[in-house]
Ligand binder design. Structure first.
Ligand code: NAG
Ligand code: NAG
Length: 395
């Protein structure tokens, strides 16, 4: 029954993305005023586990962050600390220096907590746990679903309608994919029982990714497929190709991208401007969110990208010393679990043309680019109707 995983590679080598550098390739500028990082949550469990007798992984529960995901996020935090160093912000958490935001999802909150544990290593007055070797500090954060999880904000009808052609597989390319994938989708239904949809096939991909991470046994229908034209390697690759399909489609589909990322993009630009003008003193801001939201905001920031692995995302650095202040857009990725790398972002040509050889561009250039899609009044953007509420009486 079952066999050991065949190929470890497809888990992390995103088919359409350039290869990662082996190590972080950027160093903090001495004039840096603010560093922002945004991340997709770390590796999580699938929504529905593929039935395998005596499953040895996934005890955290469906959709929850796994030990691999915690390690990825902690690795991100460690690398953010290595990037900013010990002078830029204190090793001890100080509220005036750092602010953090998460979506309400457990997996995002736990990702943020793991990352922040990698950023701060309390010592001296902040070391409340001296007998223990693991130095860790509780750090507060704000849950903000309109910014980081708009798809689950109640009453946001424009988010629902932006998602509809994707969730229902009615976008032309999704229709085509469903048609082309019929044998694989039907085979999944026959063997696993779940409905023959793209999102269920994506969940099979999530199962495979974690079976590989945990060196777990595959179910027989994947280890010894009976579908014509497929061996174990080919069927695995075929299901993996559905990973995060709908989330990636949302980021690629403008109405969905703008709805998911527009408020976050606005928050980023406002934070950069506040730091540049000296009106805010925060030096580090971190955000944890989901694939479609993080990927959407990355596209809104001019990053040329089609998919995003777990615990990956962006870093933005703002430096003073020029007028106007300059920003540099970076990316970060796990490599593959505990190690994490930060490197210059692959920008769209319109923005690339505005950067110098080290990747710096004037803040207004980024602002102009982002402006096309960002918004601050999220309720009106959502189509939330306040007219039904009684007008407050004026005395
Ligand atoms: C899976 O096997 C690899 C290679 O033997 C090992 O490095 C890794 O730690 C194992 N993973 C887990 C979660 O045990
Ligand atoms: C930026 O640099 C200028 C000139 O050195 C300085 O006057 C200004 O206070 C700096 N702004 C911030 C926010 O540090």
């Amino acid at each position: 029954m079952g066999i050991a995983p065949l190929l470890l590679l497809p888990i992390l080598a995103l088919a359409n993305e350039p290869p990662l550098p082996a190590k972080t390739t950027v160093t903090l500028d001495p004039k840096t005023l603010l560093v922002l990082f945004g991340t997709r949550h770390g590796n999580r469990n699938p929504e529905k586990f593929v039935e395998v007798p005596g499953r040895t992984w996934g005890q955290e529960g469906e959709l929850e962050l796994t030990s691999i995901g915690k390690r990825q996020a902690y690795g991100l935090g460690k690398e953010v600390r290595a990037f900013v160093g010990q002078q830029f912000i204190d090793g001890n958490y100080r509220p005036a220096q750092a602010k953090f935001y998460s979506s309400s999802a457990n997996r995002c909150q736990m990702t943020l907590q793991s990352a922040v544990a990698g950023v701060f290593d309390p010592s001296d007055w902040a070391d409340w746990n001296k007998e223990k070797l693991d130095h860790w500090s509780p750090v507060p954060y704000t849950i903000d679903d309109p910014m980081l999880r708009m798809y689950s904000v109640k009453g946001c009808v424009n988010s629902d309608s932006a998602w509809e052609p994707i969730s229902k597989d009615t976008l032309p390319e999704l229709k085509k994919l469903v048609k082309k994938s019929k044998p694989l989708l039907n085979y999944m239904k026959e063997k696993d029982g779940r409905d023959a949809t793209i999102s269920n096939a994506a969940d099979i991909a999530d199962n495979i990714i974690n079976m590989d991470f945990y060196n777990a046994t595959y179910p027989d229908w994947l280890a010894n497929p009976t579908l014509k034209g497929y061996n174990a390697e080919k069927i695995k690759k075929a299901y993996l190709s559905f990973a995060e399909n709908h989330m990636n489609k949302c980021a690629a589909h403008k109405p969905c991208r703008n709805m998911m990322g527009g408020l976050w993009a606005n928050h980023i630009i406002s934070s950069l401007e506040a730091a540049a003008s000296g009106s805010a003193k925060t030096k580090l801001i971190g955000y944890a969110s989901h694939t479609e939201v993080t990927l959407s905001v990355m596209l809104l920031l001019g990053i040329d990208k089609a998919e995003l692995t777990t615990s990956a995302g962006f870093v933005i650095e703002l430096r003073n010393g020029t007028s106007p202040a300059q920003v540099r857009v970076l990316q970060h990725d796990p490599n593959p679990i505990d190690a994490h790398v930060i490197y210059p972002a692959h920008l769209v040509s319109e923005l690339k043309a505005k950067t110098d050889k080290d990747g710096w561009m004037p803040l207004p250039a980024l602002k102009d680019y982002v402006k096309q899609a960002s918004f601050s009044d999220w309720e009106s953007q959502c189509g939330i109707n306040h007219c039904a509420l009684p007008k407050p009486k004026t005395a």
